[in-house]
Design a protein around this ligand. Structure first.
Ligand code: GUN
Ligand code: FE
Length: 417
């Protein structure tokens, strides 16, 4: 039995409206699970190993519900376009390079090093349409002890020919990648405009056979939505085009990125079938997509977390995604709809931890029985003249923290660094 405790200022969410703070306290990890927070350790724990982090903050690892690992190579570039042109002119061009395993190795080494060094402990990641390169990415993450779902991207129309070649290898990729310990496969139809009915049927069959989760994009951009209407005249709304194949929640755990323009009927089906929204505010700003109604999703009890959506989002920091989620919701409230209040800091922190973590099970909180994902933050480098309490220090992290301030990281009870 492995048991130890971290000591410091502990912050986490039980619900979206409040942040729990335990100053100068111990959090116990027992066999990879959270096992109590104590001001003074009880007698029964007197001999366990203590990692004393002094005045540092200890928070649950952050969760990135949506990003594209191959796009990390061109983050911060080519953002003067909207979605469809951006895909054709930047994304598909870059992703084709991953047929070359040497290029893939170089690019994925940089990505893996950076995501492991940051505050993210769990992620749902798109690879490319190349099974070998995607498997390589999964092995690299797995070896570091990073915990993720990774998908080989399926597409077979309205995109370069070379990205349509490997769909028949999806099952083989599932079999090979299912052997990994920390990283698991997730079915990844890219989005409806690039997936034919036959491809969706194949994915649907694989979903049933292997009981896998699915990730995709939904109602991100107005031109995209019009295109889907033309391509799928039988579907009452965009999400129905996934639901037709059993790939929209229910018995198939599902993450849909964006949902900027989801209709009432789409939202109702997402609620009924427990579809997770990956809210990606930076991406939605960069590609001029719009601002998702996060307050509405919270009020309706839609399952939701944050996504960096690199490279439509430039940063893999989920702290940055928290700040963007708050800022964009304020602009939406001011400029679009005053009936939907901006989201508060506690809500942004909740989405970044327990909200997104729920996709992985009992993840994203320090409540008893949750998987022990913890990040230790040294905010002393962000200097200031006044005295701040722990909650204020945490709030500043959303705006000011970078990877260099992460002092230690634990995933499922294992220390990563
Ligand atoms: N829709 C389909 N593919 C993509 C992608 O790579 N990024 C974003 N933001 N939206 C998409
Ligand atoms: Fe995306």
């Amino acid at each position: 039995m492995e048991i130890y405790a971290l000591k410091g200022h502990i912050c986490y969410c039980k619900d979206k409206n409040d942040i729990q703070v335990a100053k100068d306290s111990f959090i116990v990890c027992e066999n990879g699970l959270c096992s109590g927070i104590y001001k003074n350790l009880p007698e029964k724990f007197k001999d366990i190993k203590i990692f004393d982090y002094g005045d540092k903050l200890i928070i649950p690892g952050l969760v990135d519900l949506h990003l594209h690992a191959p796009q990390y190579a061109f983050r911060g570039l080519g953002m003067d376009l909207e979605l469809i042109d951006w895909l054709n002119q930047n994304t598909f061009v870059e992703e084709q390079k991953y047929a070359d395993l040497e290029y893939a190795r170089k690019a994925y080494e940089i990505f893996v090093e950076d995501i492991v060094a940051g505050a993210t402990t769990r992620a749902c990641i798109f690879g490319t349409a190349h099974p070998q390169a995607t498997l390589m990415l999964m092995e690299m993450l797995d070896e570091k002890g990073f915990n993720a779902y990774v998908g080989m991207v399926n597409m077979d129309r309205n995109c370069p020919e070379s990205l349509c070649l490997a769909n028949s290898e999806t099952e083989e990729w599932i079999k090979k990648s299912s052997r990994l310990k920390n990283v698991k496969p997730i079915l990844t139809p890219r989005f409806i405009p690039v997936c034919s009915d036959e491809l969706m049927e194949m994915i649907s069959d694989l979903q049933k056979k292997y009981d896998l989760p699915v990730q995709s994009h939904l109602s991100e951009n107005l031109q995209e939505i019009e295109w889907v209407k033309k391509l799928c005249p039988d579907s009452e709304f965009y999400g129905a085009a996934y639901d037709k194949y059993g790939l929209f929640g229910g018995r198939c755990p599902t993450i849909m990125a964006h949902c900027v323009y989801s209709t009432d009927k789409e939202i109702e089906l997402m609620k009924r079938q427990n579809v997770f929204v990956a809210h990606c505010p930076e991406s939605n700003a960069n590609l001029s997509s719009g601002i998702a109604p996060v307050r509405l999703f919270l009020e309706k009890g839609i399952k939701m977390g944050l996504g960096s959506d690199v490279a439509a989002g430039s940063s893999i920091s989920i702290f940055y995604a928290m700040a963007m989620a708050m800022q964009c919701s304020k602009l939406r409230w001011r400029l679009v709809d005053q009936s939907l209040a901006p989201i508060k800091f506690s809500e942004a922190f909740y989405l970044a931890t327990k909200g997104g973590g729920e996709f992985f099970g009992k993840v994203g909180s320090f409540e008893d029985g949750y998987e022990f994902d913890a990040v230790v933050i040294d905010d002393s480098k962000i200097k200031h003249p006044q005295k701040l309490d722990v909650k204020q220090r945490l709030e500043r992290c959303a705006y000011l923290i970078g990877d260099k301030e992460i002092s230690a990281k634990f995933i499922k009870g294992k220390q990563v660094f």
